[in-house]
Design a protein around this ligand. Structure first.
Ligand code: FES
Length: 105
């Protein structure tokens, strides 16, 4: 089962050193990049990440990174795969209007 592509760019978040967060691996969360429980009924589980330092982290929004939860630029290699995922998935439709930053990859 392929994850839903929540967005095709990283999501910038401010984290404190030692702060725990649960990164959404399924792409269905309406609170990207964090898990909101929308993975229920799938084989996906959230991934615990503990920030190693205080500062901005660029978390994967496409859910295809090979260095989870950090963006590795994999969104640039997605050839239309799941292009409509983010627009059509009901649980994340409302999150699409949120401001996105961190286009670093
Ligand atoms: S892993 Fe995506 S909502 Fe929990």
């Amino acid at each position: 089962m392929e994850p839903t592509i929540a967005q095709r760019e990283p999501i910038a978040v401010e984290l404190e050193a030692g702060e725990d967060m649960f990164w959404c691996t399924c792409g269905r969360s309406a609170n990207q990049p964090y898990c909101d429980g929308s993975h229920a009924g799938t084989d996906f589980r959230p991934r615990l990440y503990t920030a190693p330092e205080t500062g901005t982290a660029y978390l994967c929004g496409c859910k295809h990174t090979k260095t989870p939860p950090l963006c590795d630029g994999s969104h640039n290699d997605l050839q239309g795969q799941g292009a409509e995922d983010a627009k059509e998935h009901p649980s994340i439709k409302s999150a699409l209007g949120r401001e996105r930053t961190g286009d670093i990859c």
